[in-house]
Design a protein around this ligand. Sequence first.
Ligand SMILES: Cc1cc2nc3c(=O)[nH]c(=O)nc-3n(C[C@H](O)[C@H](O)[C@H](O)COP(=O)(O)O)c2cc1C
Length: 175
Amino acid sequence: MKIIIYGSQYGTTRQYAQELSKRTGIEAEEYSDIKDINQYDTIIYLGALYAGSVMGMKKTLNKISNFNNKKIIIATVGLADPNDKQNTDNIRDGIKRQLSEEVYNCASIHFLRGGIDYNLLNLKHKTMMAFVHRRLKGSKEEKKTAEEKVILETYGKKVDYIDFNALNPIIDEIQ
Ligand SMILES: Cc1cc2nc3c(=O)[nH]c(=O)nc-3n(C[C@H](O)[C@H](O)[C@H](O)COP(=O)(O)O)c2cc1C
């Protein structure tokens, strides 16, 4: 049995999950609604990135106990550019830290781009971004990572980088 599971705070990851569900006919569920992860043999996990952590991924995927014939596909959704290798290397390292070795070794990883609307952010997230923005404003241009540059460029704004075509390699892998 196949399942798409997603962790999304503001909806961009949910949009990707629902589109993937539409295109593949596989049901999409929020991670908090998953009762028994071990009943699925193909698990596609889409999670939003928050300070390098993939929302809901650790508590969901680390419950997998049977790795026989298991296919695990993870796709992160973040603001930073997935074409930047330093960014994807960082995300990969973060995923490795969050997952057990068995789950990590079994998983293939994809990177999607989401968006942000500062008007919708909760107080905790607004405060975090204000803190990061203040720190970054003072740092040297050549030292900034792709992730830091995008935070500065988009600070206080509403941006949407959602690209459903980026789901195609995931669909190819599922089939
Ligand atoms: C507090 C905070 C931390 C974030 N950390 C990251 C990050 O580490 N890497 C990244 O690429 N994007 C980061 N983002 C951007 C989100 O990943 C992006 O807005 C994503 O589309 C949110 O997904 P959601 O709408 O499904 O919640 C962060 C956003 C906020 C508000």
